[in-house]
Ligand binder design. Sequence first.
Ligand code: NAD
Length: 247
Amino acid sequence: MRFDNKIAIVTGGLSGIGAAIAARLAAEGAKVIAADIATDAATLDAAPPIAPLRVDVADPASATELVETTRATHGRVDILVQAAGIGHDVPLLETTPELFDRIIAINLRGTFLVAQAAARAMVAQGGGAIVNIASVSGMRGNVGRTAYGASKGGVVIMSQVMAVELATAGVRVNVIAPGPVDTPLVARMHDAEIRRIWTDAVPMRRYATPEEIAGAAAFLCSEDAGYVTGHVLAVDGGFLGTGVQRR
Ligand code: NAD
């Protein structure tokens, strides 16, 4: 029970990776706010281990309100995990400015907005842990993902700057870069051909489960990672680590 008495916000907490992280933190004792655009819940119920709350991370007022509502209900924010995000598989020549802006607004600017609001609370209370979910596509480019890759690469660098700026305040900031994970997002985006390409590219020859990302997130949120900050943890079946050409 590493998170007894801890208050955690998980954005994107109602689906896929975020839902698995919310479940894992709650299973280890945290009170979790599952903050997501896919709910009408406008007020926070303090009672259940996982309580939904509506947020649009792309909206500065909504991002601030998420943290303020959490503090008003629970008094503090110990943990923030940011899994809210959207993907796309669109070739460069078909990527419109509107699509580019939308991906950046949610994946990069949204991550900034919620992290900044939570960091203010964490600095004031004397510490906390933030984990931002990027992607292997933010570490090594993937065809069809100009905007997505830019947004996730931005999350990586932004998080490392945050880690340094917040280090003496006791706030740790780390990143998880997942490889392909079986989630509703991937079910929408990966047809059989894309699935074959990804499976072939991953040395472990399979997609991750959301729970495997959640295990890594729980570690980074916990005191087990008390001296870990500014780190990018690839949870990718070996995709980034080897760079070895296979036959
Ligand atoms: P998902 O679609 O299953 O879940 C994403 C959640 O984010 C949804 O519940 C959605 O409602 C929420 N969301 C979207 N826009 C939002 C907004 N503006 N405000 C608040 N919530 C919003 O996707 P997933 O596969 O679980 O992905 C979670 C994160 O992990 C994303 O950032 C994604 O880019 C990243 N990621 C996923 C994979 C993968 O293979 N699934 C790989 C690498 C990185």
